[in-house]
Design a protein. Structure first.
Length: 193
């Protein structure tokens, strides 16, 4: 097996855990692409889909919990220092802040499906001093829903991903997935205005 699905299969559950955790801590990793690839690998029998979902959900909850702690400890001042260094941009941070303020705990579910917002919503919840119990409930719900949906999509379309990868290569597949996720994110953000 070669390409994206083969790479995910070779590195398995550890890859899912590390990329999902690190992305939600603030490191921009392509965790959604990895979850799709893991779902596709599971569709071919190389990985167990329920194990992928369990590992991914635990990683999502832990990573976002770490992001919440970073936001709680560092507060708004930490976010402003990051903006001063160029990432994220002030406008991006203000959008995430408005999204979290508008939707409260629900933002921790919806933000999982929007690539940039997924990283900073837990930070913002911590900086805004969202009560830990409320954060934990919405964080678990968001992590589980996101991982199950994305992994299931990879599982259901695993044969198609493998065929596209054979024809176009793994980078093309990854680019299409990222573009589709970004388009969906833009659609969702605009729909809520």
């Amino acid at each position: 097996m070669s390409g994206l699905v083969g790479w995910v299969t070779d590195h398995g559950y550890l890859l899912v855990f590390v990329t999902v955790t690190l992305e939600l801590l603030g490191v921009p990793f392509p965790s959604e692409t990895i979850l799709l690839g893991a779902g596709a690998a599971a569709s071919s029998g190389s990985l167990n889909v329920l194990a992928v979902m369990a590992v991914g959900a635990v990683a999502a909850v832990l990573g976002a919990g770490g992001g919440y702690a970073i936001g709680w400890v560092g507060g708004r001042a930490l976010l402003e220092r990051l903006v001063a260094r160029g990432w994220p941009r002030q406008q991006q941070l203000l959008r995430v802040e408005a999204f979290v303020a508008r939707h409260g705990g629900k933002s921790l579910v919806g933000s999982r499906f929007i690539p940039f917002v997924r990283i900073f919503a837990p930070w913002m919840a911590g900086a805004a001093r969202m009560p830990l119990r409320r954060f934990a409930i919405w964080n678990i719900a968001g992590g589980v829903v996101w991982v199950v949906v994305v992994t299931s999509a990879g599982f259901l379309f695993g044969t198609s991903v493998a065929a596209a990868e054979q024809g176009f290569g793994p980078l093309a597949v990854a680019a299409v997935v990222v573009a589709a996720v970004a388009a969906f994110g833009v659609y969702r953000v605009r729909a809520h205005r």
